[in-house]
Design a protein around this ligand. Structure first.
Ligand code: PAF
Length: 283
């Protein structure tokens, strides 16, 4: 496995690879602090492509909360070990802010996607995500790029950016990987105390409760309120939102109709750690 830190070297290396061979390149962008969720994306890419690139870069532009950025977990050695084992071919880990040199950002119409749900509570977050993923796509120019379904709204934003920027890249969504307790894997889980880690399992338990009980004809508001109230009862936890949306448009769904596919998206504070999760339901 190659590890490269320079933007120019990585770009040249991958350009040569594309020109000299007709290798299919798969790409998994990450911010490091890798867990089995990331590794499932890498394994999917290794299976689908001839060459897999993984980027590691904690992108300052997408953190609206400075303390979240300052406390973001980093373990470069462990990340490299996990990636090597998973079959990654090239790790691109740009240093400092070199990746943004002479780049003002990619301006696009978000169609309101940056103002709802995650966007409402994390102003500027999606512009930061678009900026880094745009730059990474320019440098790596993969055939396919892999993202986790846990960040469902991010996936929608990246699909829109890919289309707007005319990148010929297939965006692949991979299922959420969970702890034994049901808690969705996240790098931020590393910052939870033992008690918080146990309490946080209630997020997926409540999503499963909704999945089992919600039926055609039901109003979603009462389920949303139920989720928020149940989370509130747990010490140190507070729900920021629980929304029921169309899986394609992300429009809010108020009443469940026949033959519909919806996604329930939630954001919950566990002490000072913000966690998100979701579940897709088909009726
Ligand atoms: O999902 C993430 O880890 C990040 O938002 C991404 C896509 C690597 C961009 O920094």
């Amino acid at each position: 496995m190659k590890v490269m830190y320079s933007v120019a070297d990585t770009q040249t290396y991958l350009q040569n690879l594309r020109v000299k061979s007709d290798m299919k390149i798969g790409f998994v962008p990450t911010m490091g602090a890798l867990h089995d969720g990331h590794i499932s994306l890498v394994k999917q890419s290794v299976e689908d492509n001839d060459f897999t690139v993984v980027s590691i870069f904690v992108n300052p532009r997408q953190f609206n909360d400075k303390s979240d950025f300052d406390n973001y977990p980093i373990d470069h050695e462990k990340d490299l070990e996990m990636l090597n084992k998973a079959g990654c071919d090239l790790v691109f880990s740009p240093s400092g802010n070199n990746i943004f040199e002479n780049f003002d950002g990619f301006k696009m119409d978000f169609n309101g996607l940056d103002e709802i749900y995650e966007g409402e509570f994390r102003p500027g977050h999606f512009q930061g995500v678009v900026d880094i993923v745009y730059r990474l796509f320019e440098i790596v120019q993969p055939h396919k790029a892999y993202f986790g379904q846990k960040d469902f709204q991010q996936l929608a934003v990246i699909r829109l950016m890919t289309k707007t920027a005319n990148f010929d890249i297939e965006i692949i969504s991979c299922p959420i990987v969970r702890e034994n307790s049901g808690l969705a894997m996240s790098s931020r889980n590393l910052r939870l105390s033992k008690e918080q880690f146990q309490s946080a399992a209630n997020i997926s338990k409540l999503l499963n409760y909704i999945a089992i009980n919600l039926k055609v004809g039901d109003d979603t508001d009462s389920y949303s309120q139920y989720f928020i109230d149940e989370i509130e009862k747990i010490s140190d936890m507070k729900a920021e939102y629980c929304v029921f949306c169309n899986t394609v448009s992300l429009d809010l769904i108020k009443k469940i109709t026949k033959n519909s596919e919806i996604i329930v998206c939630v954001a919950v504070w566990c002490g000072k750690i913000r966690l998100i999760d979701n579940i897709i339901l088909v009726f």
